[in-house]
Ligand binder design. Structure first.
Ligand code: ADP
Length: 490
C-alpha cells in the first residue's frame, strides 16, 4: 500500500500547481497592469508638464514685453530676476529670449551646443509665417515657446511679433518623473503581487483542504478503518464529492458486513450437518451404535444430513450464479394456469396431510413468454413456505391474472404471518424469522429460499413483493412482463 502523501506543497501536487497558477496569473496581470499604468501615467505627466510650460511661456512672454518692443537690454536684470523666480521650482528648466531681429536678449545658463540648437530653432520659428505658440518635444527636450507680441499701432494692423521666448527643460527632469512613476508602479506592483500571493495561498489552502481530507480518509479506508468519514464540505462540487465518498464507504462497510455474515452463516450451516455426519460415522466405526436397527437409523441420518448439505451448497451456488449474472434464461411460452396447476398438484398430498386447503385461481391466467422452469422453482419455494407456516384448517391460494401489460401471480396463505420488523429483511441471505427453530428436523430451509426467489424473478425482469399481517397470513406477489426478451446472459 502506498503511504499517504506528506502534507505540504509538493512540486506537481494539486496545491503546488494551484498556487503556481494563481501566483503566475496574478503576477502576469500585475505586470501588464503596471506597464500600462506606468506608460499612461508618464504620458499624462508629460502632457500636464507641457501644458503648464506653454502657459508659463505665454505668461513670461507678456512679462518680457515693454510697450511695443522687447526691451530687455536695459532691463535685463529685472527680466533675469523675474525668470529666476519663475523657474526657481524647476531647476532643469531654461529660458531663451530673442528680439524680432533674431538678436539674443536673454539666455539661461545652457551648454553652448544646446544653446545654439535652441536659438536656431527659435529664430526659425520667429521668421516663419505662422509663429508656433505651442509646446513640442524636440530631441528629447520639452520646449515651450511663446511669442512676445507688440500691440499694433493701428487697430486693423495684425499683431507683429516683437520677439520670442522659449522654455526648455532638461531631459533629466523628464527622466526623473519617469523614474518616480516607475518606482511607484513597481512598488505598488510588488505589494499587489505579495497580496495576491497571500490571497492565492489562502484560497488554495481553503480549496484543497477538503481534497486533503478526502485523501486522508481514502488512505484510512485502504488501511482498514471503515469508521472514517469526511466532514461535509458545503453544497458545491467538493461537498458532493465528500458526500459521495461517505456514501461509498457506508456501502462498502455494509457489503463487508454482509459478506462477513454470509461467511459466518455458511460456516455455521455447514458445521451442523458435518458435525452430525461425523458423530454418526465415528459411533458406527467404534461400534458404539450396536444393532441393525440403530445402525440403519444412523445411516439414514447420515444420508439426510448429506442431502441437506447438498441442498445448501446447491442453493449457495445458484445464488452466486444469479448474483454474478452467470445464469442463462430460456424463454418459452408458459401458460400460467397450467404452471400453477402443476405446482399445486406437486404439493397436494403435503397440503392434505397438513389439513390445509390448497386452491388455484387461474381462470383468466394468461400465457406469457418466460423461463418456465425458473418461474416454477420460485413458485415451489413460495408454496413450500406458505404450507410450512400455515396451521391445519388454513388455506393457501395460488392465483394468476393479467395486470395491464404484465402478468400477476400471487401466493397467499392464512398462516402465521411475518412480524413487521422482519418483513423488510426476509429477502436477505440466511435471514430467518424464527432463528431458534430446528431446521434439520422440520425440513425448513436455511433462509436462502426467498433470496433465490427474488434473484430469479429479477432475472426474469419481474418484481416480487411481500405483504403480511401477523396472525392473519402472508401474500407474495410476482409481476412479470408478458414477454421476456430473447435469451441473454443475465
Ligand atoms: P427458509 O428457506 O428458511 O424458509 P426463506 O428465505 O424462504 O427461508 O424465508 C425467510 C424467512 O421468511 C423464513 O425464516 C420464514 O420464517 C419467513 N417466511 C417465508 N415465507 C413465509 C410465509 N408464507 N409465512 C410466514 N413466514 C414466512
Amino acid at each position: 500500500m502506498t503511504p499517504p502523501p506528506r502534507p505540504g506543497w509538493p512540486r506537481g501536487g494539486l496545491r503546488g500547481r494551484l498556487a503556481l497558477a494563481v501566483a503566475g496569473t496574478g503576477l502576469l496581470a500585475i505586470l501588464l497592469d503596471a506597464l500600462f499604468l506606468g506608460v499612461t501615467l508618464h504620458q499624462n505627466a508629460l502632457d500636464q508638464q507641457g501644458a503648464f510650460m506653454t502657459r508659463q511661456a505665454a505668461a513670461l512672454g507678456r512679462c518680457c514685453r515693454f510697450g511695443r518692443s522687447v526691451l530687455l537690454t536695459s532691463r535685463v536684470s529685472i527680466i533675469d530676476q523675474t525668470l529666476r523666480v519663475a523657474l526657481a521650482g524647476t531647476p532643469g528648466r531654461r529660458a531663451l529670449i530673442i528680439a524680432a531681429d533674431g538678436g539674443l536678449r536673454y539666455a539661461s545658463p545652457l551648454p553652448a551646443a544646446l544653446e545654439q540648437t535652441l536659438l536656431t530653432r527659435l529664430r526659425g520659428d520667429l521668421s516663419a509665417s505662422a509663429l508656433p505658440a505651442h509646446w513640442d518635444v524636440l530631441a528629447g527636450h520639452i520646449i515651450a515657446e511663446a511669442p512676445i507680441a507688440v500691440t499694433p499701432p493701428r487697430r486693423s494692423a495684425p499683431a507683429l511679433p516683437a520677439g520670442a521666448l522659449l522654455l526648455a527643460e532638461d531631459e533629466a527632469a523628464a527622466t526623473r518623473s519617469w523614474e518616480r512613476i516607475v518606482t511607484l508602479v513597481v512598488f505598488s506592483g510588488l505589494t499587489a503581487v505579495a497580496l495576491a500571493a497571500l490571497a492565492g495561498v489562502l484560497t488554495v489552502a481553503a480549496l484543497t483542504r477538503p481534497v486533503r481530507a478526502l485523501t486522508a480518509a481514502a488512505h484510512a479506508v485502504a488501511s482498514g478503518d471503515y469508521a472514517v468519514r469526511v466532514p461535509p464540505a458545503g453544497t458545491d462540487d467538493l461537498g458532493a464529492l465528500a458526500a459521495a465518498f461517505n456514501t461509498m464507504v457506508a456501502e462498502v462497510t455494509h457489503q463487508r458486513r454482509v459478506e462477513r455474515d454470509l461467511l459466518a452463516n455458511v460456516s455455521h450451516e455447514l458445521a451442523t450437518p458435518l458435525g452430525v455426519i461425523g458423530g454418526y460415522a465415528e459411533n458406527l466405526t467404534e461400534g458404539v451404535i450396536a444393532g441393525d436397527v440403530d445402525r440403519q437409523a444412523a445411516i439414514e441420518a447420515i444420508g439426510r444430513e448429506a442431502q441437506r448439505l447438498s441442498r445448501l451448497t446447491g442453493a449457495l451456488l445458484d445464488l452466486a450464479l444469479l448474483e454474478t449474472g452467470q445464469v442463462r434464461v430460456l424463454p418459452e411460452p408458459v401458460p400460467l394456469g397450467e404452471l400453477l396447476a402443476g405446482v399445486s398438484a406437486r404439493f397436494a398430498s403435503a397440503a392434505e396431510h397438513g389439513g390445509i386447503t390448497l386452491a388455484v385461481d387461474a381462470a383468466d391466467a394468461p400465457t406469457i413468454v418466460t423461463d418456465g422452469l425458473r418461474l416454477e422453482q420460485a413458485l415451489i419455494n413460495l408454496v413450500a413456505n406458505a404450507l410450512r407456516h400455515t396451521l391445519p384448517g388454513g388455506t393457501v391460494v395460488l392465483s394468476a391474472h393479467p395486470a395491464h401489460d404484465a402478468a400477476r401471480l400471487v401466493v397467499s396463505d392464512t398462516g402465521t404471518g411475518i412480524p413487521p420488523e422482519d418483513l423488510p429483511h426476509i429477502w436477505a441471505r440466511f435471514y430467518r424469522v424464527d432463528k431458534g427453530r430446528n431446521r434439520s428436523s422440520d425440513g425448513a430451509g436455511v433462509g436462502l429460499g426467498l433470496a433465490l426467489c427474488r434473484g430469479t424473478i429479477t432475472l426474469l425482469r419481474g418484481r416480487i413483493t411481500a405483504d403480511s399481517t401477523l396472525g392473519v397470513g402472508s401474500t407474495f406477489t410476482i409481476d412479470l412482463p408478458l414477454r421476456l426478451a430473447s435469451p441473454r446472459l443475465a
